[in-house]
Design a protein around this ligand. Structure first.
Ligand SMILES: C[S@@+](CC[C@H](N)C(=O)[O-])C[C@H]1O[C@@H](n2cnc3c(N)ncnc32)[C@H](O)[C@@H]1O
Length: 377
């Protein structure tokens, strides 16, 4: 990280890496506290920033002239969502410079075998296994990525992804669909609260797993209901996702207030008993999850594919994740989730799920058919 001061007037900061250590965060925070009028800060490699820094950037933009430049798309949209303006610069790679800029239409028809071979190479090169994701959705995502990178031929795109980890990162983010919200499908949360919590309450210690938790709204929704049911003090929630950036966002616990009406509606429909805003600190364009709700959640990166059992849970939520897998992978994952449950544990899948199609009945019985809540066999 480089920090240059230009007389008493301005301070220029160039952050070259992801900010990982507390020391770096402190160094940056003290630069912000300096008396200079103007601050220019560029994030060259950072994909996501720690909570303290995000909040300081927000304040800085309101207190003084603060120009932020980012080079990573993910960070740009994260800051934008929270009301922080920044300038986004698309980095130029040698490959990109060589690409013709005219015809942006990606007309190439993709051949299934070719894509499967590519996914195999991606797995060997980067360790991320997309070989058994639903192929139609993978092809659509590759096309989006090719269009954005102005690639006309798949061969050219493939070479670029395999030779350049930055390009792989772009594709990785396109593969990762992170849509979520607080109390998504509120009737499911209502069922968990009314019908599943009474079972969980009989355990001295409760272990819950949100698998594919995205940016954290799902585990925080659960925590709110657990608190209202008086169960939070004896509960530990594991919240995991394959995507490390969404995990960092989840840890930050900062959310745009633009969605507040929807959150409040969902919370009420889920049987929430208090004021939704009691659980947050309002900070202008964003709200921050109160610390007491974060204590019982362990966020970490984890893939549902090829991993060992991480614990024995009484409740697992794995919603809107299996839909991206092909049938073979769905079956393997259902078995994996079964093996990760306590003998009488519960599994909650997305409302559109058809567990019967992937032989789930070998492992599960319906507990609430409408809301896709299952009980381990
Ligand atoms: C659409 S979001 C669902 C979020 C939340 N469960 C919900 O229903 O609102 C799907 C999440 O699954 C994650 N995901 C995809 N493949 C995964 C894998 N192999 N292991 C763990 N998470 C995965 C994605 O990164 C994404 O954050």
């Amino acid at each position: 990280m480089d920090i240059y001061c230009n007389g008493a007037k301005e301070i220029n900061i160039s952050v070259t890496e992801n900010i990982l250590s507390k020391d770096d965060v402190q160094k940056l925070l003290s630069a912000f506290d300096a008396e200079r009028k103007e601050i220019n800060i560029s994030f060259l490699q950072a994909d996501i920033l720690p909570q303290l820094l995000v909040e300081r950037l927000y304040l800085a933009q309101r207190e003084k002239l603060c120009n932020i430049t980012v080079y990573k798309r993910y960070l740009y949209s994260y800051l934008y969502t929270l009301g922080i303006q920044s300038r986004f610069i698309v980095p130029k790679t040698n490959q990109l410079e060589n690409i013709r800029k005219q015809n942006l239409d990606c007309k190439e028809d993709m051949n299934r075998e070719e894509i499967e071979g590519f996914l195999q190479e991606v797995f060997f090169r980067y360790g991320y296994d997309y070989r058994n994701y639903e192929i139609g959705s993978i092809i659509r995502r590759i096309k989006v990525c090719m269009l954005r990178g102005r690639f006309k031929a798949f061969e050219e795109f493939k070479k670029n992804v395999l030779e350049n980890s930055q390009s792989f990162e772009e594709l990785f983010l396109d593969f990762s669909i992170n849509i979520t919200e607080f109390f998504r499908d509120p009737e499911v949360f209502e069922t968990i609260k009314k019908d599943v919590f009474p079972h969980l309450s009989t355990y001295p210690q409760i272990r819950i797993w949100c698998a594919g938790c995205s940016t954290g709204e799902e585990p925080y929704s659960l925590v709110i209901l657990l608190k209202e049911a008086g169960l939070l003090h004896k509960t530990r929630i594991y919240a995991t996702d394959i995507n490390p950036y969404v995990i960092e966002e989840a840890k930050n616990g900062l959310y745009a207030v633009s969605n507040l009406d929807n959150c409040i509606n969902n919370y009420r429909n889920a049987g929430g008993e208090k004021n939704f805003l009691n659980y947050f600190e309002l900070k202008g364009d964003y709200m921050k999850v109160r610390e007491e709700l974060q204590k019982n959640i362990l966020f970490f990166q984890h893939s549902l594919i090829g991993s060992g059992i991480i614990n024995e849970f009484q409740l697992i939520l794995c919603r809107n994740v299996l839909i991206y897998f092909n049938q073979q992978l769905q079956q393997a994952t259902i078995k994996y989730l079964h093996d990760s449950l306590d003998i009488s544990g519960f599994l909650v899948l997305e409302k559109s799920s058809g567990i019967l199609q992937c032989q789930g009945t070998r492992y599960f019985d319906y507990f609430d058919r409408n809301n896709k809540v299952y009980k381990r066999r």
